[in-house]
Ligand binder design. Structure first.
Ligand SMILES: C[S@@+](CC[C@H](N)C(=O)[O-])C[C@H]1O[C@@H](n2cnc3c(N)ncnc32)[C@H](O)[C@@H]1O
Length: 269
């Protein structure tokens, strides 16, 4: 089939938007490219048809194409790694506002690496670490760091082992698993394809925040910053956990939907 025929076929099975995303992600052809090369025959027709079939069967678009986008950069994704969410921009923006470029920063629960890679690319002189436990997610983290030529020190370990990285940090940032365990089965169908290990925050959703508060805040320098992405109902509990470990000037930042999305604070001096 030609590019145009494949596009028409995809549109007959998916939405126009999704069909176009597939053309862009798999053939690197936007609407203009399609107008120019529409009658050509691609080499990788099979990858395209496989991706359409996966999407028709309910697999998230990003897993079907193997690509996702975050703050203007492209990332490899697939089963085993959380699909980047736009919500995470709130945490990254807060982090960038408090950085000058000379900080030692750690991204806990790094997943595909969107946070660590963005910070490393925007602040090439900063020292950035990324910690991820799960094998499949770690493989994507490595691949994305390499793809972007980002200077990120990778740590394949659990954040429950705070000794996996030596020394103190100026900034700790994390988007950890934060969904209450019993809520996971009720989430929409597409989220069910994402790894439970990226979602499951324990019985009350706070296991990882407790770990960060108790184990990692000891490694935050005086005056250092903590930035945590949270679920919309967790601001109070997470703020309380941080306060008990010496964090002051705590603020809660909302996302574009006006929901609490980030808790931000400073380690007392
Ligand atoms: C909510 S996802 C966030 C991924 C990424 N930071 C983002 O914003 O897209 C949480 C990540 O934590 C990882 N994870 C789960 N348990 C972990 C642990 N004990 N130590 C380190 N990472 C863990 C998961 O594999 C997943 O990649």
């Amino acid at each position: 089939m030609t590019y145009s025929e494949l596009y028409t076929y995809a549109k007959s099975r998916l939405t126009d938007y999704e069909a176009m995303c597939m053309m862009e992600d798999i053939f690197d052809l936007d609407r203009v490219g399609l107008a120019i090369h529409g009658n050509d025959i691609p080499q990788n027709e099979k990858s395209f048809l496989t991706a359409v079939e996966k999407r028709v069967n309910g697999i998230p678009l990003q897993y079907a194409t193997g690509k996702a986008y975050f703050m203007g950069r492209e990332y490899f994704v697939g089963e085993g790694v959380l699909i980047p969410r736009d919500d995470t921009e709130v945490a990254v923006n807060e982090c960038m506002k408090c950085m000058t470029g000379h900080e030692r920063v750690i991204d806990l629960c790094s997943g595909s690496g969107i946070i660590a890679v963005t910070l490393a690319k925007e602040f090439p002189t900063a020292e950035i670490y990324a910690v991820e436990l799960e094998n499949r997610a770690f493989a994507y983290l490595e691949k994305n760091v390499k793809y972007h030529g980002a200077d990120v020190k990778l740590v394949h370990d659990s954040i429950f082992n705070e000794k996996c990285v030596e020394g103190e940090f100026d900034v700790i940032i994390s988007n950890p698993p934060y969904i209450c365990r019993n809520v996971i089965p009720t989430l929409q169908r597409e989220v069910q394809y994402e790894p439970e290990t990226a979602l499951d925050g324990g019985k009350d959703g706070l296991d990882f925040y407790r770990c960060i508060a108790h184990k990692w805040l000891k490694k935050l320098k005086q005056g250092g910053k903590i930035i945590l992405e949270i679920g919309e109902e967790q601001a109070e509990s997470v703020s309380e956990l941080l306060k008990m470990q010496g964090i002051i000037q705590i603020s809660v930042v909302k996302d574009i939907q006006n929901l609490d999305r980030v808790v931000f604070g400073t380690m007392k001096k």
